[in-house]
Design a protein around this ligand. Structure first.
Ligand code: MG
Length: 315
């Protein structure tokens, strides 16, 4: 298993490889270019050239070095395309969502288990890293909610990928918190707006290669201020990762480093009666077994959170 991170250096974001002690052992620039002080290389570039990177990894000598945790960004801080998301992909969550009255995407509370995957996207600029602030957007929403999710990182792109071949196209995994403004999700009928506000896509802390990760049985959990809210296994997914890849790739070419968030288990804020929405100062922690912990605090806008959007505008 290889763990990749993105660190904010003086010259911008740089991808790096971590060891089990959470120390940087290789800079991705050095890994691909073979020289120290090479220009920065991003995680999405390495994902698409992974065979080459693995050869260098085996050949190079690790030099463990500590890093400042405050420099940790999302592993893919500015995805090249929207983050692809799956709605209502755990039975118990589908039921709590239907009961909540916030789901404008289907007719009645008794057809809450979808017959086909429910798909939507989040804007790349919504991505923030570990410890960055989730903006409360208090003037726009009064029903801010969290969603702990396993996210797939595509390696080899392709179209018409069968579920039997899907594993060959998975580079690895990360964690996503699919932050949602429930009132916008309901009022605008289509989910894009309520899911894509700035800072609504915390991601990380690592991108982890698929070997040694059994995506069919990972524990997905979330806490708000240390209170456990969500706790389920990816065994309970209605549509598995291979089924999702088959459906998506049937007519859309998947590209290297595409990200697919697989849906959230029961226990989100609207699942409670009365609902328990996020408020400024709340700390949300998401863990998926083997993938680390992603923690973010809700608050006003801050410079670090805005960084991803700024970098993209400058490209
Ligand atoms: Mg979701």
């Amino acid at each position: 298993m290889v763990k990749l991170v993105t660190l904010l250096a003086a010259d911008g974001p740089r991808g790096a490889v971590l060891n089990l002690d959470e120390q940087v052992v290789f800079d991705l620039g050095e890994l691909l270019h073979g020289t120290a002080n090479a220009s920065p290389v991003q995680v999405h570039d390495v994902v698409s050239r992974w065979d080459e990177a693995v050869v260098s990894l085996r050949r190079m000598q690790a030099r463990p070095a500590k890093f400042d945790a405050r420099s940790l960004l999302a592993p893919i801080p500015t995805p090249r395309r929207d983050v692809i998301c799956v709605g209502r992909n755990y039975r118990e969550h589908a039921a709590e969502f239907a009961r909540s009255g916030f789901d404008a995407s289907h007719g009645s509370a008794d057809d809450n288990v979808p017959s086909h995957p429910v798909l939507f996207t989040k804007l790349p600029e919504a991505v923030i890293g570990p410890n960055a602030t989730i903006e409360s957007h208090a003037s726009l929403t009064s029903s801010l909610d969290y969603e702990a999710e396993l996210a797939v990182i595509v390696g080899k792109g392709g179209r018409g990928v069968s579920r039997a071949d899907a594993a060959e196209h998975v580079w690895g995994y990360t964690i996503i918190n699919d932050v949602t403004a429930r009132d916008l999700q309901r009022d605008h009928k289509q989910w894009f707006l309520g899911k894509s506000l700035d800072t609504f896509c915390p991601m990380g802390p690592y991108a982890v290669t698929a070997d040694e990760v059994d995506a069919d049985d990972l524990r997905v959990r979330s806490w708000v201020n240390d209170e456990l809210r969500q706790n389920a296994s990816t065994r309970d997914l209605i549509f598995s990762v291979p089924e999702l890849i088959e459906t998506l790739s049937a007519g859309i070419s998947l590209l290297p480093a595409d990200i697919i968030a697989t849906g959230t288990p029961a226990g989100v804020g609207i699942g409670f009666s009365p609902p328990r929405y996020l408020k400024p100062g709340d700390r949300v922690r998401v863990e998926v077994s083997g993938l680390g912990a992603l923690e973010n605090v809700v608050g006003p806008a801050n410079a670090h959170a805005k960084w991803a959007a700024q970098e993209r505008r400058d490209e």
